[in-house]
Design a protein around this ligand. Structure first.
Ligand SMILES: [Zn+2]
Length: 302
């Protein structure tokens, strides 16, 4: 396994300790730098990577540019953190499809946060992250802080059971999820969490439609012509939410912008403002050196 473990990245430490417990060999790695990743892969032959999934695309780009035989490397799968790779019905989302089209490896999704000090991790059947009831109490609550009905989405609220220094009591994660209770084929009977539908505070109200950034990410990831993007939300003069999509493309014509806008209208019933931005400028903003994940969403609402 290769995992990042640096710059206060607490999950890296958790993965290191867990992997050692199951007897796996672990290669510690810094973030970014595809060249170092590939060098380590060819040198130490890990079978799995622990990674932000969009970084896999950067690794594939690097491998293709530099003629590395990545398809025949030792890697058979990746444990994906920080970004969703599944739709609500547990099929692969666009990001996941894009990775697998180019590099046929298994992708496992996880959901976790530093506050929880545990993770909801998929089993081999990949139908949601299994709950560990001995580590954490979960509640899924509606706007009035009542438990939602089975099958409905609500805010994941957690109480930690194993944390000593900073235990949390009914901590609201801000993440909207659904719970799945039917028994899993793997034999575990624990509740499973859906992919995150969105962040509660990132909810956008647009002309009567309610939506969350992941749905927009999906549309933008679908366009091969978009090399980089950022969604910016701000308040209009009259206090309504406005959506601006900044994107880079080599397809620099009016038709392309219209095509993207039409796709938004068809799928989400919203018509955002679209701005074409020079790739180098936008790439620097999205892949900020202080951020482990690409910054694809900025909220400027007042
Ligand atoms: Zn299972």
């Amino acid at each position: 396994m290769i995992t990042t473990i640096d710059k206060r990245f607490i999950a890296g430490l958790a993965y290191l300790l867990g992997l050692r417990k199951i007897g796996a060999g672990v290669v510690r790695m810094g973030p970014g730098i595809p060249e170092l990743q590939w060098d380590s892969i060819f040198r130490y032959k890990p079978r799995y990577l622990i990674t932000v999934p969009s970084f896999l695309l950067k690794m594939i780009d690097y491998a293709e540019k530099n003629g590395l035989d990545y398809k025949n490397s030792s890697v058979v799968g990746a444990v994906c953190i920080g970004e969703s790779i599944k739709n609500q019905d547990f099929t692969d989302n666009i990001l996941s499809q894009k990775i697998k089209e180019r590099w046929d490896i298994q992708l496992f999704s996880t959901y976790a946060s530093t506050e929880m000090s545990t993770a909801f991790t998929e089993c081999e059947f990949q139908v949601g992250g299994h709950h560990h009831p001995e580590l954490i109490i979960t509640e899924i609550l509606d706007e009035d802080e009542n438990p939602v009905k089975e099958g409905e989405s609500g805010e994941l609220t957690i109480t930690t059971l194993g944390v000593e220094a900073l235990p949390l009591l009914r901590f609201k994660t801000g993440d909207l999820v659904k719970a799945h209770y039917e028994p899993c084929k793997c034999g575990r009977n624990t509740m499973r969490l859906s992919p995150v539908i969105g962040r509660k505070q990132q909810m956008i109200k647009y002309k009567g439609t309610t939506l969350y950034p992941p749905a927009m990410n999906d549309i933008l990831n679908d366009f091969a012509g978009i090399s980089c993007y950022q969604i910016v939300i701000h308040s209009s003069e009259i206090g309504l939410d406005e959506i601006i999509i900044k994107l880079s493309t080599e397809n620099n014509d009016e038709n392309f912008v219209n095509e993207v806008r039409d796709h938004f209208r068809a799928k989400l019933r919203v018509s955002p403002k679209i701005e074409i931005v020079d790739f180098d400028t936008l790439f620097k903003i999205v892949h900020h050196p202080n951020s482990r994940k690409p910054i694809n969403f900025i909220d400027l609402r007042t």
